[in-house]
Design a protein around this ligand. Sequence first.
Ligand code: KIV
Length: 257
Amino acid sequence: MKTTTKTLRNLKGQRPIVTLTAYDLITAQLAEAAGVDVILVGDSMGNTVLGFENTVPVTMDMMLHHTAAVARAKPQAMILADVPFGVAGRCVDYVTEMCTRLLQQGGAEAVKIEGGYRRAETAAAVIRAGVPVMGHIGLKPQDVLQLGGYKKFGKTSSERERLLQDARAWEDAGAFALLMEMVEPEVAREITEAVSIPTIGIGAGPHCDGQVLVISDVLGLNAGKYPGFVKKYAELREVAVKALTEYATDVREKKFP
Ligand code: KIV
């Protein structure tokens, strides 16, 4: 059965929601075969598949291209697309138009917007226009240039207050769910209990209503370092390199074909 915003709302308090990123047909098919609830076409594609330093260079055109590839997998999982850097801070009409494009041209069924209570105000108009929106608070990777790096949020009482304010603002704006990235577990718990919408955590501890991870981290496909909160469920990079090395050897030694 197709996962909808209603499915996710009903899962709060029932069982954890499983979210995984995917960026193309093949990764979407893998995520779907594993039975995840939500496929996030994350702008993490900037780092993971496009070779950028961070998510800032990811554009609307890139998001549309990759979301459409994921949509061609026709998953039962919800297709959630990130609103990329530089969009959500613009005027309401522009943000609404870009979110609408992610649905109409990309085939997304919902969008995710990074930001605090100010972005939630903008998102209220997008939601009124009929686009389901997930808010993204805590570490917002699109702020990396302003922050000068990545960090955990909710360590101080003012950060905790601010996170609670942001979470309530997203709920009031009509967001169907809230993603919390790199939030202190106890603060993530407090927010999860304070809002009626489901919370999805990444690096935010076990008390959220669901979890999200990046597919290449879960599969162990990356050559570089992995964030501390990641659990690798496979070492596919090793498996792939071994297979490809055997192929190269076979061709050179005329064993294949
Ligand atoms: O872009 C992304 O993949 C994300 C996750 C890290 C939550 O936003």
